[in-house]
Design a protein around this ligand. Sequence first.
Ligand code: IMP
Length: 204
Amino acid sequence: MTRQFTGEKLLLATHNKGKLEEMTHLLIPYAVTVVSAGEMNLPEPEETEDTFVGNARIKAHAAAQATGLPSLSDDSGITIDALNGAPGVYTADWAETDDGRDFMMAMTRAHEELEAVNAPCPRSAQFRCTLVLAWPDGHDEVFEGVMPGQLIWPIRGEYGFGYDPMFQPDGLDLTCAQMIPAEKHKISHRGQAVRKFVEACFSG
Ligand code: IMP
């Protein structure tokens, strides 16, 4: 039986601005005060696991222990079929530079690796999101969402974050960066996972 969320405050255990905006927006309809890890000055724990759920658990439990609040983390990324699922849990690492994250560089790498293996089009890929809600007593609940699509080149669009400009969801001619946030949330991996979370934990 899924444990219900009964508190008033929920800590969003992420320092990623794009994820934070999306999660905050998705939680607006629910009676919950959202607090961010940044507002609480929480350090970013090292993500040492090789699965999305493993890394999401690290982030959620670290935040719940540090604050005493139920804490919701997001570990997400893109899996590219022709690259055997890469970059997967290393999605953010592909953007790392000495001066912060550079997603143009990360998308260019994805495109170049696909070219190097002569991957046929459509170049199928999935955005994946694992949410973990952890309580200070160590209990947790896990929720997942997947959005299938293809990687396109050149990139298109100005909205969103991360790899959105090169990801075209199945059945659409637009990339995620050409969709207004509400349209992306209807189908996105994060939208699906947040809806599962609220259905399971806010149902009363
Ligand atoms: P992590 O979960 O902190 O390891 O980072 C996951 C990475 O996946 C982020 O840095 C984003 O670039 C990428 N990512 C996750 N979700 C999305 C999305 O909805 N759009 C674009 N990129 C995403």
